[in-house]
Design a protein around this ligand. Structure first.
Ligand code: PNS
Length: 166
């Protein structure tokens, strides 16, 4: 396909993956040759995760099984190091609103400082997902809200079970 070029990484905590993440991953798979969804093993800024890295990876594998050029991998080192190991030329992330901009600006500059050879590319979230976040979904599910059309079915079921255990 015209415009396809090389490997990119779509990094994140994915605790858990949402339909908004999957929109960015799917669109990336149409624009680039190979997409590695890079799952942060222990997110530094986000504290204890609801799901283990392996659980988060399995949800993504399951939800992207129809996309042959997408794979999900866990990483525990610096994102730019992981990207370099894969031969990726760019990091692709979604941008929902102005509120994301400050954080993503910092991340993009940090990653550029660490490795100027790896580009950061931002895709604007599709409007129907512009309000969606893993944190918001967890909050809704904690109080029994219906998250069925915000996350894959397997994630909704696992969240109900995990949060019910608490
Ligand atoms: O949106 P997220 O889930 O907070 O993003 C995670 C990630 C790894 C994309 C972001 O923290 C980042 O770009 N960090 C750069 C510094 C780094 O590599 N840290 C190691 C993993 S926390």
């Amino acid at each position: 396909m015209a415009g396809r070029d090389g490997t990119v990484v779509c990094p994140g905590s994915y605790d858990p993956v949402t339909n908004g993440h999957l929109d960015i991953i799917t669109r990336s798979s149409q624009a680039f040759e190979r997409v590695v969804v890079a799952i942060v093993n222990n997110p530094v800024r986000k504290g204890q995760t609801l799901f283990t890295a392996e659980e988060r990876r399995a949800f993504i594998e399951d939800a992207t099984s129809e996309l042959p050029n997408v794979e999900a991998r866990i990483f525990s080192n610096l994102l730019v190091e992981f990207a370099r190991e894969l031969g990726a030329k760019a990091i692709v992330k979604g941008l929902r609103a102005i509120s994301d901009f400050e954080y993503e600006f910092e991340m993009a500059q940090l990653n550029r400082k660490l490795d100027p050879g790896i580009e950061s590319i931002y895709m604007i979230a599709s409007p129907q997902y512009s309000f969606l976040s893993s944190t918001g979904v967890k909050e809704m599910a904690t109080f029994g809200g219906d998250v069925g059309d915000l996350v894959p079915g397997s994630v909704a079921a696992a969240m109900a079970e995990r949060l019910g255990e608490r």
